[in-house]
Design a binder for this molecule. Structure first.
Ligand SMILES: [Zn+2]
Length: 58
């Protein structure tokens, strides 16, 4: 179990998760990277507030 550094929600992660793996916080939608595994430490890559509408359609 790890905690989102953005909203502190508990995030289920596998016990054998590796550094460098990225996951999304189910609560706030932030993109997180595993930077340490013992204990598990997560780093915010991008915040989840903005909606995913960067379509590059211009
Ligand atoms: Zn979160």
């Amino acid at each position: 179990m790890a905690y989102c550094p953005e909203c502190e929600a508990a995030i289920e992660v596998e016990d054998d998760i590796e550094e460098g793996v990225t996951l999304d916080c189910p609560d706030c939608g932030a993109e997180l990277e595993v930077v340490a595994t013992n204990p598990i430490e997560l780093n915010i890559i991008s915040h989840g507030e903005e909606e995913d509408e960067e379509d590059e359609s211009w």
